[in-house]
Design a protein around this ligand. Structure first.
Ligand code: MRU
Length: 353
């Protein structure tokens, strides 16, 4: 029904990566071809491609680009070029664990000693990137199906940042649930936070939902609690960049205050993410690395300086919402509810029981 409207955020075409340049939306839908892994690393840093699952796919494709572009004379040299590229790509964005997870999958292939030919290794790295891409498309559909049951006809859903098709290979995480519920015939009204400083909600989520004919109202971030107080929001659904074992969730800056406001109003606060967003190495969210970005993202809007030149700026790109405020975590494996620790690790959601 909505199928034709879903854009391929990122694709591997003829040995290069084709991505939607998200810095140009909503003004124009532009596809950019990238054939060098260093250029792809810059695209990730500049948020031309963004959103945890999408940058995971980009990371794996970046490793494949490095392998195909390397003129190494021996297998050892090729593996060392691949390792250097993997480190560069991993360093681009520290919070989203999906990036490291996908690159590690590619490195696992690269370090398989049973592969003895350079061409075979290059081909297998392309295959691994394509597998991660295809899996991501499928995972998004499963997140949509698991989450749609939690939404009723006529609900108002508040979301933050962009956890839609643009943030994944195709369909989304938080927005996948809205697409699926809508495909089931439920009428949903979405409140999209603009998401300062880079306006992923205003530029991307509003654009993406309108393109799909989903009823959406844009809010400035600071209006969210008032909209909840008016009784317009039945649930909040956001994405995630990393989830600790205890269920603490890192997501776009401004997510934590939303969870506090939802708690105050007795509104369910759902996090939607592929299972690969769980970082089993971290017991709590305290140790999640939080990316800090440039001051200009806050002091300059649309080329216009809006703050004094020398003002000190703190610009964290993500915050951590404590597990106690998270009603459920909706993944491709099912819906996890508190207490998260053991059930998340065992991959046992109540729906398995
Ligand atoms: O800085 P961004 O735009 O990459 O931040 C994206 C988010 O915070 C998303 O909510 C998260 O990556 C999940 S996307 C399905």
């Amino acid at each position: 029904m909505h199928g034709s409207k879903h854009i391929k955020t990122i694709e591997w075409i003829d040995g290069a990566v084709r991505l939607v340049d998200q810095t140009r939306l909503p003004w124009e839908l532009v596809f950019k071809d990238v054939s060098d892994h260093r250029e792809l690393a810059d695209s990730i840093r500049r948020l031309e491609v963004r959103g945890a699952p999408a940058i995971g796919v980009a990371g794996a494709m970046g490793v494949a680009l490095a392998a195909t572009g390397s003129g190494a004379g021996s297998m050892d040299e090729l593996r060392s070029d691949i390792q250097a590229a993997a480190e560069l790509l991993t360093s681009t964005r520290p919070t989203a664990v999906n990036l490291r997870w996908a690159i590690d999958r590619s490195l696992h292939v690269a370090n398989d000693v049973s592969i003895s030919s350079k061409d075979e290794l290059r081909r297998l790295l392309i295959d691994e990137a394509l597998a991660i891409y295809e899996e991501d498309r499928e995972l998004s559909r499963m997140i949509g199906r698991h989450g749609a049951d939690l939404i009723a006809d006529g609900d108002g859903v508040l979301t933050h940042c962009n956890a839609g098709g643009l943030a994944t290979a195709e369909y989304g995480t938080a927005l996948a649930i809205i697409y699926t519920a809508s495909e089931e015939g439920k009428r949903i009204h979405v409140y999209a936070d603009e998401t300062r400083p880079l306006l992923q909600g205003a530029r991307l989520t509003a654009w993406e939902l309108m393109r799909h004919g989903i009823d959406v109202t844009l809010l400035c971030d600071s209006a969210a609690a008032s909209v909840m107080a008016r009784g317009w929001v039945n649930e909040v659904i956001v994405g995630a960049d990393r989830i600790a074992r205890n269920g603490d969730v890192a997501n776009k800056i401004g997510t934590f205050p939303l969870a506090l406001a939802a708690h105050r109003h007795g509104i369910p606060f759902y996090v939607a993410a592929p299972y690969s967003t769980l970082d089993p190495a971290l017991s709590t969210g305290t140790d999640i690395p939080i990316e800090e970005r440039s001051a200009e993202e806050i002091t300059v809007i649309g080329g216009l300086r809006v703050a004094p030149d020398s003002v000190k700026v703190f610009n964290p790109a993500f915050d951590v919402t404590p597990a106690a405020l998270v009603t459920a975590i909706i993944t491709d494996l099912g819906v996890f509810r508190p207490p998260y620790g053991p059930s998340l690790l065992a991959k046992n959601s109540p729906s398995d029981a």
